[in-house]
Design a protein around this ligand. Structure first.
Ligand SMILES: Nc1ncnc2c1ncn2[C@@H]1O[C@H](COP(=O)(O)OP(=O)(O)O[C@H]2O[C@H](CO)[C@@H](O)[C@H](O)[C@H]2O)[C@@H](O)[C@H]1O
Length: 854
């Protein structure tokens, strides 16, 4: 064997060894995942058993209570015949109408159930006059439900929904024991089993539903993604299939090739790595639609991705390569699989264990989305002593290495299904009780970044992508290029994401220089900061990719912090229950008032002066809107006064007073809830004072919770009708996205990512349509209070004017209430159905990761 052969042999051996290690690792992961699933299943079964037991105990006690109340008959009010009966028997129930309060009712109905109303209303029958004398007796035949041990009922003057007068035995209802139906121990054992089975069944159905909705949303979004570039490029069929023909349509007029006489198509597969190499360049022909050029190609059976660019000439010239990203379209049905990428995030925040703001959310949720696409993702995080380790599964010692004059202990654990390596330098750098806020933050995080790279090197990791975030892990970009690229980690590329340009600009500028690709978290913010001297020299590698949210972490259909789980199908029910729970928890008036929520770090960026103004303005709405409404109603005054002596006029007046009272109460009073905390103690104090002031003046309508409280944030997102985000600047903003997931309508200032994700119902129809969306909120411009006032006012006006139009016809007055509500709830439903998850942005990130290797 000569030297070259020997080197090849060694390389081959090393490759085999790496493959073996990777296979072992995968197997370990699979087993761990199976184990996790088994444990989750076991925990779910135990929780259902416990719940069934508790429910049965509760029912037992309830039944015990009504059995004490029950008697076989109260002779002068009601009677049953025969006196001995059991489940399944037909019996006669008598009622003496002359006993109050139904003495004058023309109809008598029984509304009944059994076992302390455990199954709700199961008996509804109308009574008829009976032959019985010695009273005004009515009667009806009733079939005793099978499982009944006690019957429960009330009498009413109509069927459910129509009855207005009841005899409910002075609020105790009527109860009668079923003589032959006494429950024995077996009954309760069976009952517990039945409830347990039902809980299991409900759990299974819910999980299936969540999976189905998720898959449908993903598919819809993927289609939208493929069609979103239709003005430039699209395929027929949309779903490109391995082994089949596909036509590509390209419109150069929207690209750098605009006006060029010829367009050449250059294509390959599997990210330009297909064994057969690229297809020879082909000249495109003008398609029938006159705007696009067309070409048809055969997709190989082992293609999982189609890659192409366009050029003006056969041998090149000017190219449209989508700003160096190339065009890529996924292929379905391939016999080959895309090799997974290995991405390592080096970050100082990670939700939910070490989250200060949105950066932490993004690290977790983007990683999960990319992992879901089949790639390998790891996170490296400092092992802070202030983390809540309850959210870390399988936390254990991993290894120790020496670097930077200290031993660094590495712990490993799973957070939201992600592998996380926690670095714990024994010099105590991260045992300081906080994440940020000390004057040595820069040094600590610089040390962490270097240690993270050293850990990767010493553990033999070969990640494809090192992804670092903001100023705090920006040093990864240059430390990697200076110390590691030629020293063991040569295969890696660095992607740097700016979540906020406000902090640590020097680090950001330096990372921009060294990173292979850089992103920020929305297109508009990328344009807004493109003139900054840290960014402008690097625009060629700088991209805006909007953030998403994690649909599993933020899921109103599966959220332990809200009272009723809901999807867009029962959004009204879910939000109503959440609002009630929120009002109750915060001591607000419990009523269906429109509720504005604000969830934010209280910093200048988040528009604190606008927040303060909005709170006052919201509380003032009562007086002003009430007044404008009354003035609108004034023109009805002549009608009322000219007839004011006749009964009709009186009727109309009373009607209007009631209607206006309800109208003002329900539509124009607003409640406001603020959840936020300020890193700056002066701002925090300022808000504490304002909160106290409001507590005195508007205790029933405003509440400030000046702390960080994740569970409460879930309840606010679900219980609010509107979420206000008046930021002065906002790179992306997650609150408006989470709000929409919970069916709350966002009201935002038009800036950065807020502009890219919220489309005003009045002014942004076309802009929304261009994204394949419908308008989803309210937005305002400017940084003064006026703009926001008009956005806040507009939603009130929208609701009031709709209502007002509708209530002009008396006969339609009451349906009008529900119509205005319907309009609002249809908006809630619509925003809920929009996909603001990572489904789309994760694909953009994958494109970006791949483009670092071009
Ligand atoms: N008191 C409190 N209690 C509970 N939860 C609270 C809370 N205050 C805020 N939150 C939560 O923290 C997150 C904040 O998200 P933002 O997008 O506003 O992030 P932030 O400005 O910190 O981050 C930066 O990074 C993110 C991510 O890239 C960008 O979206 C953003 O524009 C940029 O400024 C949300 O999940 C919100 O619910």
């Amino acid at each position: 064997m000569d030297e070259t052969k020997f080197e090849e042999f060694l390389l081959e051996e090393k490759k085999k060894e790496l493959e073996r290690l990777a296979a072992e690792e995968n197997e370990k992961k699979r087993l761990a995942e199976e184990q996790r699933q088994r444990e989750a299943e076991k925990a779910a079964i135990e929780s259902d058993r416990l719940q069934a037991k508790t429910q049965v105990e509760k029912r037992r006690q309830g039944l015990h209570h009504v059995m004490k109340l029950a008697s076989q008959s109260a002779h002068h009010v009601w009677q049953m015949e025969p006196s001995l009966f059991e489940g399944g028997d037909r019996i006669k129930l008598y009622y003496n109408r002359s006993s109050h309060p139904l003495a004058h009712a023309s109809e008598i109905w029984v509304h009944g159930g059994h076992n302390n109303w455990s199954e709700g209303l199961s008996i509804v029958r109308e009574l008829s006059r009976s032959e019985k004398v010695d009273g005004d007796w009515w009667c009806v035949d009733v079939v005793v439900p099978d499982q009944a041990v006690v019957l429960d009922w009330v009498f009413a003057n109509g069927p459910p929904g129509k009855a207005v007068c009841y005899d409910n035995n002075n609020l105790n209802d009527f109860h009668a024991t079923v003589p032959k139906g006494m429950p024995d121990e077996l009954f309760w054992v069976e009952e517990e089993q039945r409830i347990f089975r039902k809980l299991q069944e409900d759990r299974r159905k819910k999980a299936e539903k969540i999976e189905r909705v998720k898959a449908e949303t993903k598919e819809r979004t993927m289609k939208m993604f493929l069609l979103s570039q239709k003005h430039i490029v699209y395929t027929e069929p949309v779903d490109v299939q391995a082994g089949k023909m596909v036509s590509i349509f390209y419109n150069p007029s929207n690209t750098v090739l605009n006006g060029k006489p010829e367009v050449w198509f250059r294509c390959s597969f599997n990210r330009w790595s297909h064994p057969k190499g690229p297809l020879p360049p082909q000249k495109m022909v003008l398609a029938e639609n006159g705007s696009h050029h067309k070409i048809t190609v055969k997709v190989p059976i082992d293609a999982y991705m189609m890659d192409f660019v366009f050029s003006e000439k056969e041998d090149g010239g000017l190219y449209d390569n989508r700003n160096k990203m190339d065009y890529h379209i996924p292929v379905t049905g391939s016999i080959a699989k895309e090799p997974p990428m290995h991405i390592v995030h080096i970050s100082v925040e990670m939700a939910p264990i070490a989250k200060v703001g949105g950066l932490g959310d993004v690290v977790t949720s983007l990683s999960r989305a990319v992992q879901d696409l089949g790639h390998k993702v790891d996170v490296i995080l400092p092992n802070y002593n202030c983390m809540n380790l309850n959210n870390v599964k399988d936390f254990h010692y991993h290894s120790t290495f020496s670097w930077g004059g200290t031993e660094i202990k590495v712990m490993f654990g799973k957070v939201e299904g992600l592998s996380v390596y926690f670095l714990e330098p024994q010099n105590g750098m991260f045992s300081v009780g906080c994440i940020y806020g000390r004057n040595d933050d820069g040094n600590r995080f610089g040390f962490f970044c270097h240690a993270a790279l050293e850990f990767l090197l010493q553990s033999g990791f070969q990640p494809d992508i090192l992804h670092c975030h903001d100023w705090s892990s920006a040093p990864v970009a240059w430390l990697f290029k200076e110390h590691y690229i030629h020293n063991g980690l040569s295969n890696s590329r660095v992607v740097f994401t700016i979540h906020n340009l406000e902090f640590g600009i020097q680090n950001i500028a330096r990372a921009m220089m060294f990173a292979d690709k850089a992103t920020t978290v929305s297109q508009t913010y990328s344009r807004e900061i493109s003139g900054n001297s840290a960014i402008s020299p690097h625009l060629g590698k700088f991209h805006g990719i909007v953030n998403g949210i994690d649909p599993d972490i933020w899921d109103p259909c599966n959220d332990q912090f809200i009272p009723v789980s809901y999807t867009s199908e029962n959004v009204m029910e879910g939000k109503r229950a959440a609002k009630d729970a929120l009002q109750q928890r915060l001591g607000l008036k419990r009523s269906d008032l429109p509720l504005v929520g604000i969830i934010t770090r209280l910093t200048v960026q988040k528009g604190i002066h606008l927040i303060k103004h909005a709170v006052w303005r919201t509380l003032e709405q009562n007086g002003q809107a009430g007044f404008s409404l009354l003035s609108k109603a004034m023109f009805l005054h002549p009608i009322i006064s000219s007839h004011h002596f006749c009964i009709t006029a009186l009727y109309i007046t009373v009607f209007w007073v009631i209607l206006l009272y309800r109208f003002i109460n329900l539509m124009t009073l607003l409640q406001v809830v603020l959840l936020g905390s300020a890193p700056d103690p002066r701002i925090q104090n300022d808000f504490v004072n304002l909160g106290n002031q409001l507590h005195n003046s508007h205790a029933d309508r405003a509440r400030f919770c000046l702390t960080y409280d994740e569970p409460l944030s879930h309840l606010i997102y679900a219980g609010a009708d509107f979420i206000l985000v008046p930021s002065i600047f906002e790179p992306c903003g997650l609150t408006q996205l989470i709000a929409m997931r919970y069916g709350s309508v966002p009201i935002v200032r038009k800036t950065g990512g807020l502009y890219d994700t919220v489309f005003d119902v009045d002014n942004d129809k076309e802009r929304a349509q261009a994204q394949g969306l419908e308008p989803n909120g309210f937005s305002f411009e400017g940084t003064d209070a006026g703009g926001m006032d008009s956005a806040l006012n507009r939603h009130i006006k929208q609701l009031t004017s709709k209502l007002f139009d509708l209530i002009m016809g008396f006969s339609r007055a009451f349906p009008a209430w529900s119509n205005a509500r319907e309009w609002f709830y249809s908006l809630c439903k619509r925003v809920m159905e929009q996909d603001w998850s990572w489904n789309r942005p994760a694909l953009d990130y994958m494109e970006l990761y791949h483009s670092t290797r071009n």
